[in-house]
Design a protein around this ligand. Structure first.
Ligand SMILES: O=C(O)CCC(=O)C(=O)O
Ligand SMILES: [Fe+2]
Length: 265
């Protein structure tokens, strides 16, 4: 797979071209490594003195370990700076030639032994709003979404990096109806047909991918943790405060807590 270096001025068009073909792109050296390391330390310190209700845990060997922090840009000012950096919005614009805004943001931990995520498409699921009315995933908020992985530490196969597939040519309805028939998982026979690329990233590297890219990650089989920001931006439309609305809907939705979070957590 082709990797791009952010510091090479001549490859901006190539980045957009690659994204256009595949629906995802890895950019090396996007952020300063030391800066990223500093952010990780600050967040970890902050967690120690926090009882934030957006922090979720998982059990690893019978001990509770951090699984994720939702709305992480509200939790830490440094996260907010990174997630809202101009650089990111510029790339988003160059990838789709349209303006994107922040939709949702979280920090996914994966401590040694931490669970992976089954293959899925972000935003393609059915949920019920507070009036018990069926809603189609993220479709009501926007027509296009791009997620961004920003690792706070090296992310590689053994510690459970993301694997991402080329963008599906099917539209939202087709993908949703496929998933609906298969309990919202992407089944083995489907997986066999598509190739997943491991997204191995160093500190400072990033990966942008469209919501039509199926993806998954394995359990962390190493003794190193794997912390990543997992941020989703959406195409700007007339929807005011899309992020606030999304989180309010999520809070009020009728689904079980298990289903409220992403399907495979
Ligand atoms: O953290 C990961 O490995 C993947 C997370 C993911 O795909 C998601 O939260 O939608
Ligand atoms: Fe996902």
């Amino acid at each position: 797979m082709r990797l791009f270096d952010f510091n090479r001025l001549d490859n901006k068009n190539e980045i957009a071209k690659f994204y256009h073909n595949y629906g995802f792109v890895i950019i090396k050296n996007f952020f300063n490594k030391k800066f990223i390391k500093g952010v990780k330390i600050k967040i970890n310190n902050k967690i120690k003195n926090s009882n934030n209700k957006f922090i979720y845990f998982e059990k690893i060997n019978n001990k509770l370990k951090l699984r994720r922090i939702e709305k992480v840009s509200n939790f830490s000012i440094n996260s907010k700076k990174i997630i809202n950096s101009k650089k990111i919005y510029k790339v988003l614009y160059s990838l789709e030639k349209k303006r994107f805004v922040l939709f949702k943001d979280k920090l996914n931990f994966k401590y040694p032994g931490g669970e992976g995520y089954l293959p899925h498409f972000d935003g393609h699921f059915i949920w019920k709003n507070k009036l018990n009315k069926k809603q189609h995933g993220w479709k009501k908020y926007s027509s296009n979404f791009i997620s961004l992985v920003i690792p706070l530490e090296k992310s590689y196969k053994k510690n459970g990096c993301l694997y991402v597939a080329k963008k599906s040519k099917s539209n939202f309805v087709k993908i949703l109806s496929y998933l609906n028939k298969h309990n919202f998982t992407v089944k083995k026979n489907f997986i066999k047909k598509i190739k997943f690329f491991p997204v191995e990233l160093d500190r400072g590297d990033v990966c942008f991918f469209n919501w039509k890219c199926a993806h998954f990650s394995k359990k962390n089989y190493s003794n190193k943790s794997r912390m990543i920001f997992y941020v989703t931006y959406c195409l700007k439309n007339n929807f005011e405060n899309v992020r606030t609305n999304y989180y309010l809907d999520k809070r009020d939705s009728k689904n079980t807590d298990e289903k409220k979070s992403l399907l495979y957590n």
